[in-house]
Design a protein around this ligand. Structure first.
Ligand code: MLT
Length: 411
């Protein structure tokens, strides 16, 4: 029989969101006719905006005509999209990124999961805790995580974020080579200010560390002092790779399109001590394992940068952020502490009555028929917390708030 990659055996049996879906389906099958409000996985519910839909129709027409047909595209993405990205997402913020530093992909989940291919399996990793499970699980798969004891991997440094430190992680103590940061944060919905993020860039520069900066939620930022890109911080191009996604910005969770920025300044070292550009390595990896995001999804993404596209996606984000406000205020009125929902579509709830994350999950499902995500699923410091998303409909959000208030009144 074929010898398998033993690292897969070390992983928890199922991915967090698959496990939640399984539990919810079990509940639904025994409670038919009782509508469930799903606020677990951060999947959007509003339709794709008209500008992108129109661009997709045109792209389909291109594919239907021999004179405009597109087969394999560039593995790095079409220039028409890469140029729009640098112009709108970077130059307009005074950040000098060139189109050949941008790699278009099928989303930030793939890129944050795949980026480990270009680093040594000896690299030491640090993560904020709680954390998006993809960062940890993919390092387990590639043998960088060590062994699991009491919910923690032995070779990974966990940087706790909780009410005690106002969700601002301390700088690492164990000299990691790779640091994952996600801001605005999934799952806590919290942010770092410009000064706080600068401390991380300075740390990375002085300790030769690389920051993997996931800014999939930057479109939700409403406060002026919260950076949209890590490259707003001086010197960050020498120490950080940035991941972006159109999933939450424009409802592309099903369409699939995102991108990763790997500046030319970023260097690594090989076993012979020779310096290598990370941009060249990522390009080599993508050309070998990836054939590019579809032409249709890239044309849709391009349309988001038009004047009407920008206005339409802003309207949808405002819709979700009104949901976030309703959740935040309603939950606080119910006497339950929560964070997030100001610069991110996630509400991070402190479970009432000292319930564990899974106990509160079960209570919310059985009494309110509301699905959330147990905080402990994101790491040990998530124990005693619970995440709700603002991606539901307005009606369901209002209904969920009422049900939570009724539940809290009886606790
Ligand atoms: C989440 O719920 O944390 C996200 O939707 C997961 C993802 O983006 O893959």
């Amino acid at each position: 029989m074929i010898r398998i990659n033993d690292n897969f055996i070390k992983l928890p049996a199922s991915y967090l969101f698959s496990e939640i879906a399984r539990r919810v389906e079990t509940f639904a099958s025994t409670h038919k006719g009782e509508p469930i409000i799903r606020m677990g996985i951060g999947d959007v519910t509003r339709p794709i905006c008209p500008a992108a839909v129109e661009a997709m129709h045109k792209a389909v027409a291109d594919e239907a005509d021999a004179s405009t047909f597109k087969g394999y595209g560039p593995e790095q993405g079409y220039m028409f999209l890469r140029e729009k990205i640098v112009e709108h997402d970077y130059w307009k913020r005074g950040i000098d990124i060139s189109a050949d530093e941008v790699f278009v992909s099928d989303g930030a989940k793939s890129d944050t999961g795949n980026i480990g291919d270009i680093f040594s399996s000896e690299c030491k990793v640090a993560v904020t805790d709680p954390v998006y499970p993809v960062y940890i699980d993919t390092n387990v798969m590639s043998g960088r995580a060590g062994s699991l004891t009491d919910g923690k991997w032995s070779r990974i440094e966990y940087l706790p974020c909780s009410e005690e430190n106002s969700f601002v992680p301390s700088l690492p103590a164990m000299a990691p080579d790779i640091i994952y940061l996600c801001y605005p944060n999934n799952p806590t919905g919290t942010t770092l200010t410009r000064t706080q993020l600068k401390a991380w860039v300075d740390y990375a520069k002085s300790h030769n560390a690389l920051i993997l900066f996931d800014s999939a939620y930057e479109a939700y930022i409403s406060e002026a002092d919260v950076p949209h890109s890590i490259y707003e911080i001086e010197g960050a191009k020498e120490v950080a790779i940035e991941f972006r996604s159109f999933s939450k910005t424009a409802g592309f969770t099903g369409v699939r399109c995102g991108y990763t920025v790997v500046p030319h300044e970023l260097k690594g070292i090989d076993a012979d001590g020779k310096t290598v550009e990370l941009n060249a390595l990522w390009n080599r990896r993508q050309c070998t394992k990836f054939n590019g995001a579809s032409y249709i999804s890239q044309r849709a993404a391009e349309a988001l940068y038009s004047e009407e596209g920008q206005k339409q996606i802003r309207d949808t984000i405002d819709y979700y952020m009104e949901n976030a406000r309703m959740l935040r205020e309603g939950i606080a009125q119910a006497g339950i502490r929560c964070r997030g929902g100001i610069n991110a579509p996630y509400i991070w709830i402190k479970t009432p009555g000292n319930l564990s994350s899974w106990q509160f999950f079960d209570l919310m499902l059985s009494k309110c028929h509301v699905v959330g995500t147990p905080g402990v699923g994101f790491g040990p410091s998530g124990e005693g917390y619970f995440r709700l998303t603002a991606f539901s409909s307005r009606e369901n959000t209002a209904e969920a708030v009422e049900r939570i208030k009724r539940l809290a009144a009886h606790m």
